[in-house]
Design a protein around this ligand. Structure first.
Ligand SMILES: Cc1cc2nc3c(=O)[nH]c(=O)nc-3n(C[C@H](O)[C@H](O)[C@H](O)COP(=O)(O)OP(=O)(O)OC[C@H]3O[C@@H](n4cnc5c(N)ncnc54)[C@H](O)[C@@H]3O)c2cc1C
Length: 466
């Protein structure tokens, strides 16, 4: 398995076409806006070599596929233990980095693709590709979301807004289009292209799952802006070490050899992939987000201490409420990963209703937790001068009684970063839309609920059938 340093080095070997602020970036590992997000992914590699054997065990399960220990982010969920350990690892990484560590869409996507291809053409090709991913310890960009254009129109009415097949031959496919909001795409080795929505007859050209190296001819990426991203690496960065990343990934007539095509035109397989992915990924939010929120709760508690209000009863109550809401999300993720079923392919699947309830809470509770953090941090959160001003030999002493000590100033910057700086992208907007906007979860909760069972219970209790 790669070390963190080997992972970073492996990124330099790619011929990636990456654009940042209108300029081509020859080496992303040296770009100040990209590097913090690379360091975040590197943390997932570092844990595989952690000196603590308990953490190493969480990070490196044994893969039957290659008969070796692999990084958990390339692993198949072959037991309930795998599903729960995934969440425990996500929480540790979320707390360690305070942000999105970018490998979960790929992990959940490869498990969904395994399920969807099982018993169908393309499964053997997928398994061969996955074995290589595990052996080479690769990072995947899980690429589902299409730009979609007018949401009231079908893909066939506006093909340019979707990734689709524009050429087929015995040797492979040619695909065109773009995927948006792609987490960690510029930090990956491979793109796992998957369908972005359920598809109907006549939409076979949009029904594809395939793998493409990030530097394949015709692939280019454009880095998404994040609030306060100009501050990265500077005194006001907020998160001193880590960052997140989303990209637009453009496919301009990219050739995909047949051995990298896993689903081609099979609508049923696509729908199965989408449903399996939604379950896995909506439960994943019960791991990473509680980890991020741990860091926010910690920063808020430290600030309350510095402000001399940590022991006030309403402050203790608000901090306790922040923990209560955080653990509610984690408990739902764990519950979904405990009440499981085994798919005929051997992959263990989460409980669909609980996973959707988990993600649905994630669209609401972090906003309340951030509100409480903003309450306890005080107004300086939004009005504080730069930490550089505090560090200035002439100005610093004049500001000491305004900003407090350097620790207080840096904690305020961290809370600011997570509340409405770059860290709010994974902590708020991703909580809202990642793995589907709130309505997507309500649809599944309604569809998967056994309404008859509830009504039967009510009839019995009310004595309606006696
Ligand atoms: C930070 C972040 C990271 C992400 N990472 C990834 C990633 O790594 N890979 C990936 O593939 N995707 C990723 N996503 C994408 C995510 O899955 C989508 O944002 C999500 O599916 C919502 O799609 P959308 O953003 O196009 O919003 P929309 O679908 O446009 O939703 C906006 C609103 O419109 C409503 N709406 C949408 N369509 C309809 C309709 N037909 N009728 C009525 N109402 C409608 C929704 O309910 C919602 O309220 C990420 C998103 C974010 C924000």
């Amino acid at each position: 398995m790669k070390t963190a340093a080997e992972y970073v080095e492996s990124l330099r070997a790619r011929k990636l076409v990456l654009w940042v602020d209108g300029q081509r970036v020859p080496d992303p590992t040296r770009h100040p806006k990209v590097r913090p997000s690379i360091d975040t992914v590197a943390a997932t590699y570092a844990l595989a070599h952690d000196p603590d054997p308990t953490i190493r065990d969480l990070a490196t399960p044994h893969s039957k596929l290659v008969d070796a220990r692999v990084n958990r982010f390339t692993h198949l969920f072959t037991s309930d233990d795998d599903l729960r350990k995934k969440l425990e690892l996500q929480r540790i990484l979320g707390r360690l980095t305070g942000t999105c560590f970018q490998r979960c869409v790929g992990m959940d996507g490869l498990n969904a693709t395994y399920i969807a291809t099982h018993g169908r053409q393309g499964h053997d090709r997928f398994v061969r590709w996955l074995a290589n991913v595990q052996r080479e310890d690769l990072t995947l960009n899980g690429a589902m979301t299409d730009p979609k254009g007018d949401r009231s129109k079908r893909p066939s009415e506006q093909p340019d807004s979707f990734v689709r097949v524009v050429g087929r031959s015995a040797v492979g496919l040619v695909i065109r289009g773009a995927k948006i909001h792609q987490t960690g795409a510029a930090n990956a080795h491979e793109i796992l292209v998957m369908p972005g929505q359920s598809l109907r007859a006549g939409e076979e050209d949009f029904a594809i799952a395939c793998a493409i190296p990030v530097d394949a001819p015709g692939v280019s990426m454009v880095l998404g802006r994040q609030p306060s991203d100009e501050r990265r690496g500077g005194p006001d960065a907020g998160n001193a070490r880590y960052g997140g990343q989303e990209c637009v990934v453009i496919f301009e007539d990219v050739f995909v050899p047949r051995d990298r095509v896993f689903i081609d035109g099979d609508l049923e397989a696509c729908n199965e992939l989408l449903e399996a992915f939604a379950g896995f990924h909506r439960a994943s939010y019960g791991g990473c987000k509680p980890g991020n929120l741990d860091a926010l709760v910690g920063a808020t508690a430290l600030l309350a201490k510095k402000n001399g209000v940590r022991d006030a009863s309403h402050v203790r109550d608000k901090l306790t409420q922040m923990v209560h809401l955080t653990e509610t999300i984690h408990a739902l993720g764990l519950a979904a990963s405990t009440k499981t079923t085994k798919h005929r392919s051997g992959i263990h699947q989460v409980d669909a209703v609980l996973a959707n309830v988990c993600k649905h809470h994630v669209t609401e509770l972090p906003y309340e937790i951030v509100r409480l953090a903003e309450d306890l941090a005080g107004g300086l959160l939004a009005t504080m001068p730069s930490v550089a001003d505090l560090d200035h030999p002439e100005l610093g002493p004049k500001l000491r009684h305004v900003m407090g000590d350097r620790e207080r100033a840096k904690l305020l910057r961290l809370v600011e970063w997570m509340s409405y700086g770059s860290g709010a992208v994974p902590l708020r907007i991703e909580c809202m839309h990642g793995a589907g906007s709130p309505q997507a979860q309500r649809v599944v909760i309604e569809r998967r609920t056994d309404w008859d069972e509830k009504m039967r219970a009510a009839r019995k209790l009310a004595g309606l059938d006696e």
